[in-house]
Design a protein. Structure first.
Length: 547
């Protein structure tokens, strides 16, 4: 079932091709005027320039060959068909079914999942229309003015990222509570009116400590707030709380009316769930029509991933390039640098998507992996990042491939005299990818009259790999395309490495220990005595210093 990538002929070939590889972008662009055209692809509305990567025809051919030797096309077909490719949890992986049109059919484990998806979507849309029109009110009859999503991980990162990205389309305010740090509830609820708030408790399992604790805190805040105004709390929870979960029994136990609960299925991974009922906060904020466009964007990228020939297939090639950098050039991290303030949570969102998926050290069959897996994803919007960490990308000793994302049209076209602010902004994006690729030679530095002693400090080696992604505008559809692009990039890497990208056992131990530590933190002498010396010391420090 699993082919060890290092045993393939493509792997050996790539080792040979990359051993003494000279990226020399100056020479490559000079000698091959077609390079930019040849390696610039399109996928949906995205223009994707791969030409500033460590690629030539041989490397691309052998990367594609690698994907063939590990059986990528078969695994991709298996995922889209609903086979249980999440082997450690024995589950299908069907986020792609969440965005298929209602006219499609896909029977998985005896159930038409597309029908199920659209039944829930229709209920969410009907509910959202009622809230947005004012037909649905709080317990005192007032229109809902603020939606507060309570969730964590995949039940938070996707909705908050997409909400921030699509701010221009928002006409109902949403806020997000995730951290169990009580300041998150406290700060987020500042200025919120208990009579006009709608809480969404979003949890796939409905057992997550942070979310349930925060949900209870919000329920108390609501009831106390109403009581302080002399308003009876009767029926308040059902008017002010809804839930999103795969565990509808637990939702009912919490006291949320099952009519106000929107389900999804165990074949939707948390980090792949923003386009399921987990996106309800977004539907409320931007409305069903815009959310439908968002889903259509995902679907367009799914179709591209399924249908585009390998050498034109953007998620396939970007995933293979990531493998190239990690396994053949020793990259340990990958920067994602959006030149769009609206995408300021995109790198954080991608951290869960990529690192929870591919941070694995055993293969599907339980044997140890044979290669490095799962690079660190990180980033900040440009130009802020330029003034913080770009120095290390330009002149540090580590190779950090970077994806730049930018849009041709600004939401706020500011001009001051002759200065078009968006052009200044884009100029920085173009300049950074150019500087990273082409660098600056000692001769060029000297020609500026730089004293010899500091010439070397001012030389830019260049030859830093980047991918540039552009689209005309950051619309709901384009955002869907971008998210699906990275979902499929992550999938491609996982398939090459032979790992299960859809489980997350690595986060369980700490969660379990946090629960078990309760008695020790509360001061139980036996529980405290059972701890290791460092944990004992930390708890003792806390207990001695708390007020
Ligand atoms: O952090 C582990 C995790 O299971 C994530 O995969 C998930 O997105 C998050 O916790 C939240 O889980 P839930 O939606 O079940 O509350």
């Amino acid at each position: 079932m699993t082919t060890d990538p290092t045993s393939t002929s493509a792997w050996s070939k790539l080792q040979g091709l990359t051993e003494n590889f000279e990226p020399d972008f100056r020479k490559r662009f000079a000698e091959d005027p077609q390079r930019a055209d040849r390696y610039t692809l399109s996928a949906g509305d995205l223009y994707v320039d791969l030409s500033k990567n460590f690629v030539d025809e041989d490397i691309l051919d052998w990367l594609v060959q690698l994907s063939e030797e590990v059986g990528l096309a078969e695994r991709r077909a298996a995922m889209f068909a609903g086979e249980h490719i999440n082997v450690t949890e024995d589950r299908a992986v069907l986020h792609t079914a969440l965005r298929r049109p209602a006219t499609d059919t896909l029977v998985v484990d005896g159930q038409d999942v597309i029908k199920d998806v659209h039944e829930v979507l229709d209920r969410i849309y009907a509910f959202a229309n009622k809230v947005r029109s004012g037909e649905w009110t709080g317990v005192t009859g007032k229109k809902i003015e603020t939606v507060v999503n309570i969730g964590i991980g995949g039940s938070d990162l996707g909705p908050v990222m997409a909400y921030e990205a699509l701010k221009p389309y928002v006409d109902l305010e949403a806020r997000f509570i995730s951290n169990i740090d009580p300041t998150d509830v406290g700060e987020t609820l500042k200025g919120v009116d208990p009579e006009t708030v709608l809480f969404i408790v979003a949890s796939k399992t409905f057992t997550t400590l942070e979310t349930l604790t925060n949900a209870k805190a919000c329920r108390s805040w609501l009831l106390n707030g109403l009581e302080d105004r002399g308003i009876s709390a009767d029926g308040a929870v059902s008017k002010h709380f809804i839930a999103v979960s795969t565990n509808l029994e637990k939702v009912a136990e919490f006291g949320i009316d099952p009519d106000n609960a929107f389900g999804f299925w165990n074949w939707v991974g948390g980090r792949y769930s923003v386009d399921s009922a987990v996106g309800t906060a977004l539907v409320l904020a931007i409305g069903p029509e815009r959310f439908t466009e968002f889903l259509e964007g995902f679907h367009a990228m799914d179709q591209h991933f399924l249908d585009a020939p390998a050498r034109e297939n953007v998620p396939l090639l970007m995933g293979l390039l990531n493998v190239l950098y990690v396994n053949f050039f020793g990259a340990g991290s990958h920067a994602v640098l959006p030149y769009s303030q609206y995408l300021h949570r995109f790198p954080a969102y991608l951290q869960q998507l990529t690192m929870e998926s591919n941070g694995k050290s055993v293969r599907w069959d339980g044997s140890p992996v044979t290669t490095k897996t799962g690079e660190v994803f990180w980033g900040e919007p440009g130009t802020n990042g330029q003034h913080a960490f770009y120095q290390l990308i330009h002149q540090g000793t580590q190779l950090i491939p970077a994806d730049f994302v930018a849009f041709a049209n600004p939401e706020f076209p500011l001009t001051d005299g002759d200065t078009d602010q968006h052009e200044l902004f884009l100029g920085n994006f173009f300049a950074q990818t150019k500087a990273l690729a082409l660098g600056k030679t000692a001769e060029e530095v000297r020609a500026e009259g730089t004293p010899e002693a500091i010439v070397s400090a001012r030389v830019f080696a260049g030859n830093k790999p980047t991918t540039s992604i552009m689209a005309p505008d950051l619309t709901p559809s384009v955002l869907g395309q971008l998210i699906a692009l990275y979902e499929h990039i992550t999938f491609v890497q996982g398939i090459v490495w032979g790992i299960d990208s859809f489980d997350q056992w690595g986060v369980e131990l700490g969660k379990q220990m946090a629960n078990d530590l309760g008695p020790a933190i509360a001061g139980d002498p036996a529980a405290l005595a059972a701890q290791d010396p460092s944990t004992k010391g930390l708890i003792a420090y806390y207990r001695a210093n708390r007020r």
